[in-house]
Unconditional design. Structure first.
Lengths: 355, 251, 79
């Protein structure tokens, strides 16, 4: 298969089209506009497909809801402030067990923030984000190739488990250009999902809703959702390790931060420090089992993220005191470089007397 | 003797939970009569709002999907864009369509989305206990305007039929009422016309239905039906606000 | 001089009210042009005084009652 040089945002869009995305609803926001524009250029004229630049991110997520109700693979994308607007819609999607793909190319926050890359929406993404008890699958890519691969995986996961899936990218990944190989061709025929609303022809009328005046009914819906989440955790949790076999200190990082950390670790290894990287790939479900396993022999961890400390809490929860967890974070859209991170790692390494 | 009036097929036999004299009951029946007469029961997808009619799916025997408050027009857009052969209608209250959903309503109309909107205007937030709505009349007492709606503090009632009629993307808008036999007959004709606009692929259609709310207006059913004529139609005159017969979606 | 037209005989009608659906809104009584609907004085299971049909031969089967009844509680029959 040929590789093409593409920016991350466009790669997501191209991958989505090849995954059979039928409908895209979006709204302009930096730093993800290349994605929306790519869809306008390439999805809008495809047979049976629809592109709408909605009047707001709120409208866009509700259009995704509608398209999913009608059985289509549907997607929206935005960046942090716009993703905040979508939380109500995501809660409704999760409640009604409707598949959808939501892309967040994170930027600095809170508030209007900055247009530079950050990772400060981790809590929002991994804890449901909107009201009520629910979860969405969250994927954390760290290269343009992964943006493409994970977008395709996102549509499959969404349909398989009838759940919204969030791709938690960031402004750097979206804007950078790397060679990418698309491992699928766009389907000739777009699939219509079972159980969707297409008019009650030859069957009883169907209702998609969760509102109930009976709390016990809602309680059972919650339990049912969480039984599914347990299954997803068992089947889909994904993480990656880099040079951890003999490591004395393991950096835990996701997304672009993991990319930066890898650079730092390579340099430190050349200087003889035994450091490695543990990279959660599914941020929800979070890979706590691999961490627990690792903590049997490795006791020092450094969580590095571009925020004020969010994934660090999941690491602490997973380790339950079986390891020491240090934290290094840079918020606001500041992008540290590998040598800065290397300094932090090595300082900790020596302070802890690791050899 | 033969039957001249029977229960519509697409209306379930579930007894309505609505208050005595509520306009929703009449409006639901009219929409179902139109669905039956136009043979649409197997094609229709309806979107009820949060509000008194949140349980509309207990009454309409068609595919229905719940929507968040105000988002009906966006959900309808998503369904119609994903499945253009469907017949999609939203059924929305005044707070839903003219308050929280103003942006979604105006923009779906502006895009000329090929959907039908049934807009139930009873000038009050019914389900939540009678608070002010965007369409509450000046001087009207509600639980959040206990001294009467004062336009200086609370603004004027908003006329959505007139506003939407100004948009080029809109094909057909009519305001009707369900407060008398004559008005009910006219309302049904308007609903049928609105669905026909969608079937012909000619763009956005809306029927605004002035609807009595005896409970929150604190009137008897008979008095509330009269009040629609006496007071509501002064601010919300009945009639056709837009009717672009030749227009197609391609225009 | 042309023959006088024979008097048009008014249609004979009948309605059936499902008592248990009635919510005592009074609208059928209010709008009936022939005043053949009255309060029954009997409570239904929901505690409403249901409307009653006065079968005195005056009903024309105009169906106005059924058109206004919010509960779809009235069936109308006509000759």
């Amino acid at each position: 298969m040929t590789k093409v040089l593409m920016d991350g945002n466009s790669a997501i869009a191209e991958a989505a089209i090849r995954a059979g995305c039928q409908c895209y609803f979006g709204y302009p926001i930096t730093p993800q506009n290349e994605l929306t524009e790519y869809m306008a250029l390439n999805l809008s004229r495809r047979k049976g497909c629809a592109f709408v630049q909605a009047e707001s991110e709120v409208a866009a997520i509700n259009m995704v809801y509608g398209a999913s109700v009608a059985g289509a693979r549907a997607m929206t994308s935005s960046s942090s402030p716009g993703i905040s607007l979508k939380q109500e819609g995501i809660s409704y999607l999760a409640a009604c067990e409707l598949p959808a793909v939501i892309v967040n190319m994170q930027r600095g926050g809170p508030g209007l923030g900055s247009i530079s890359a950050a990772q400060s929406d981790y809590f929002q993404a991994t804890r449901g984000g909107g009201h009520g008890d629910y979860r969405t699958i969250v994927l954390g890519p760290s290269s343009v190739q992964e943006l493409a691969d994970m977008t395709m995986r996102a549509f499959d996961l969404a349909d398989k488990y009838k759940i919204p899936v969030i791709i938690l990218g960031d402004g750097v990944l979206g804007q950078m250009k790397e060679p990418v190989e698309f491992k699928r061709e766009a389907p000739a025929v777009l699939a219509i999902r079972d159980g969707s609303l297409r008019g009650a022809k030859g069957r009883p009328s169907r209702i998609i809703k969760t509102f109930t005046s009976n709390p016990s009914e809602l309680e059972e819906i919650n339990w049912s959702l969480f039984r599914r989440y347990t299954l997803i955790k068992k089947e889909e949790t994904t993480s990656e390790t880099f040079l951890t076999e003999d490591a004395r200190l393991v950096v835990v990082a996701f997304g672009i931060a993991a990319r930066i950390a890898k650079g730092a670790i390579k340099n430190l290894r050349a200087e003889g420090l035994k450091v490695g990287l543990m990279r959660p790939v599914t941020l929800w479900p979070f890979p706590d089992e691999p961490l627990k396993e690792m903590a049997k022999t490795i006791k020092q961890y450094l969580v590095f993220e571009m925020n004020m400390g969010q994934m660090v809490e999941d690491v602490q929860l997973a380790l339950s005191g079986q390891g020491e967890v240090a934290f290094y974070g840079r918020p606001g859209g500041v992008i540290p470089n590998p040598s800065e991170v290397a300094r932090v790692i090595s300082r900790l390494y020596y302070q802890k007397g690791l050899k | 003797m033969k039957a001249v009036y029977t229960h519509p097929k697409s209306l379930k036999k579930t007894p309505f939970h609505y208050c005595p004299g509520c306009g929703h009951s009449v409006a639901h029946r009219l929409v179902c009569e139109v669905i039956d007469e136009m043979g649409l029961q197997e094609r229709v997808i309806g979107i009820p709002p949060p509000g008194c009619s949140v349980f509309a799916y207990n009454y309409f025997d068609v595919d229905m999907a719940e929507s968040a408050h105000g988002r009906g027009a966006a959900v309808a857009t998503g369904i119609k864009r994903a499945y253009p052969e469907s017949v999609v209608f939203t059924y929305q209250g005044d707070g839903d369509l003219a308050g929280i959903g103003t942006a979604e309503t105006i923009h779906a109309a502006n895009r000329g989305e090929n959907i039908t909107t049934i807009f139930i205007n009873n000038a009050v937030y019914g389900m939540t206990g009678g608070q002010m709505a965007p369409t509450t009349l000046r001087g009207m007492k509600t639980t959040t305007t206990p001294y009467g709606r004062d336009h200086i503090l609370e603004g004027h009632p908003i006329r959505m039929s007139e506003i939407l009629a100004m948009l080029d993307g809109v094909t057909y808008i009519e305001r009707v009422a369900v407060n008398s036999p004559a008005n009910i007959r006219k309302a049904k004709k308007a609903i049928a016309k609105a669905f026909q606009v969608q079937l012909d692929g000619r763009g956005f259609s809306m029927v605004e239905i002035l609807s009595p709310c005896p409970t929150n207006w604190k009137m008897t059913p008979v008095k509330s039906w009269q009040w629609v004529d006496e007071e509501m139609t002064k601010i919300f005159p009945l009639g056709v606000y837009k009717d672009v017969m030749e227009k197609t979606v391609a225009d | 001089m042309p023959d006088k037209q024979p008097a048009v005989k008014a249609a004979r009608g009948k309605i059936v009210i499902t008592r248990e659906l009635c919510k005592e809104c009074g609208l059928c009584i209010h709008f009936c042009p022939k005043k053949v609907i009255v309060q029954s004085g009997k409570l239904n299971a929901a505690g409403y005084q249901s409307a009653d049909f006065k079968d005195d031969g005056e009903c024309t089967g105009c169906a106005i009652c059924a058109i206004v009844c919010p509960e779809v509680a009235i069936e109308v029959y006509r000759d």
